[in-house]
Write a protein that binds this ligand. Structure first.
Ligand code: CTP
Ligand code: MG
Length: 335
């Protein structure tokens, strides 16, 4: 399947490329917005260190992995030795501190699967969530950011895919579709498998960065400034890549047998991972291996109904990109 070269067969591909790049530009957050995020983080750091001098705050998620659209919320992770104090207690205390400093809409959601404190800063207008000790998310955020640095086409492709997923309503894990994190991993894996490859497999290279978190070893080559022209032998444009991405997920991916794996830069068999049958709520109808938590399938939220929605959306996108005379308008039509 992968040996067969996929090529675009429309003659207005350059026009489409210009349109995609314009959408990408319009979604990038402005410098002043990033500056405001930084300002808010500095304020939070000041408040936190007054109460817990040894605690650290880290940004994670899209505000730190370079895949954020303008007007995104920030995700913050509070890291501290919580062995002797319980998480809910810390988060409730944190909520009090934030409230006392006039942050708005402060809410501690201690019963959630991932307990957080929500807040809104009236000075910058930025909202955020603070979670605790979710260090793996901080490290996978770095991995995504490092991949994005290598070739700008990853960020461009992921922006178009995320924008498509949000407007088409297939970026909602609580309704059985995929997280933004899963879509970015799909984009990375796709670019690793282009020929010539556009992205390397950082976890298959010499280790220059290594941390162990909750018994999970996270190790890869992170000197990405040395890989700046890695993808230069491949001259595919963003329009060609978007076309091929949807073509792959509509017609080429083997949903019955394959797992996509950024860790190996390739696909693995479901059998090798023992992801062939439903266990509990994990159905493995579309399989995306987490790069570090290897038992974690990011497709596990997808159920027998939402897999149909998802695959029909991939097919719809592929058809539009192939045949529609005005593909941009149609592709991002609200569902
Ligand atoms: N994350 C994770 N495992 C998941 C989902 C998310 O580790 N199953 C972590 C990742 O570090 C990810 C972050 O949580 O970067 C935020 O996830 P998500 O909201 O899906 O991605 P964002 O990049 O923040 O996207 P959006 O702009 O849509 O908020
Ligand atoms: Mg987010």
């Amino acid at each position: 399947r992968n040996a067969k070269r996929q090529t675009v067969c429309r003659d207005d591909i350059n026009k489409l490329n210009t349109e995609f790049l314009a959408i990408y530009d319009s979604l990038i957050p402005a410098d002043e917005e990033k500056a405001k995020q930084k300002k808010l983080l500095t304020l939070l750091e000041k408040l936190v260190s007054k109460e817990w001098p040894d605690a650290r705050l880290h940004l994670y998620g899209s505000c730190a992995n370079s895949f954020d659209f303008s007007k995104s919320d920030i995700d913050v992770c509070l890291v501290m030795e919580a062995a002797n104090s319980d998480k809910s207690e810390v988060l409730l205390k944190l909520a009090d501190i934030l409230q006392a400093d006039n942050l708005q809409n402060v809410q501690a959601l201690t019963g959630a699967r991932v307990p957080i404190v929500k807040l809104m800063d009236p000075v910058t207008g930025i909202s955020g969530d603070i979670c605790m000790n979710n260090v793996l998310a901080v490290v996978n955020t770095k991995l995504l950011r490092d991949y994005a640095y290598i070739d700008v086409r990853l960020r461009q492709l992921a922006f178009i895919v995320k924008h498509w997923a949000k407007t088409r309503g297939v970026n909602e894990t609580y309704r059985g579709t995929l997280s933004s994190y899963a879509y970015v991993l799909m984009c990375i894996n796709f670019l690793q498998q282009r020929r010539p490859a556009i992205l390397p497999c950082l976890q298959g290279m010499r280790v220059t960065y290594s941390v162990t978190i909750d018994n999970v070893e996270c190790a890869y080559f992170d000197q990405v400034e040395k890989l700046r022209d890695f993808g230069s032998r491949n001259r595919e444009s963003i329009a060609q890549l978007v076309w091929a991405f949807f073509h792959y997920w509509a017609y080429c991916h083997d949903y019955t047998n394959d797992v996509i794996s950024v860790r190996t830069g390739s696909t693995l068999s479901k059998r090798a991972k023992d992801w062939t049958r439903r266990i509990g709520n994990d159905r493995h109808l579309i399989c995306i291996e987490d790069p570090f938590e290897l038992s974690h399938d990011l497709g596990r939220v997808v159920d027998k109904y939402s897999i149909r929605v998802l695959r029909e959306e991939f097919e719809r996108a592929a058809e539009i990109l192939q045949y529609d005379p005005n593909p941009c308008a149609k592709l991002f039509e609200p569902y």
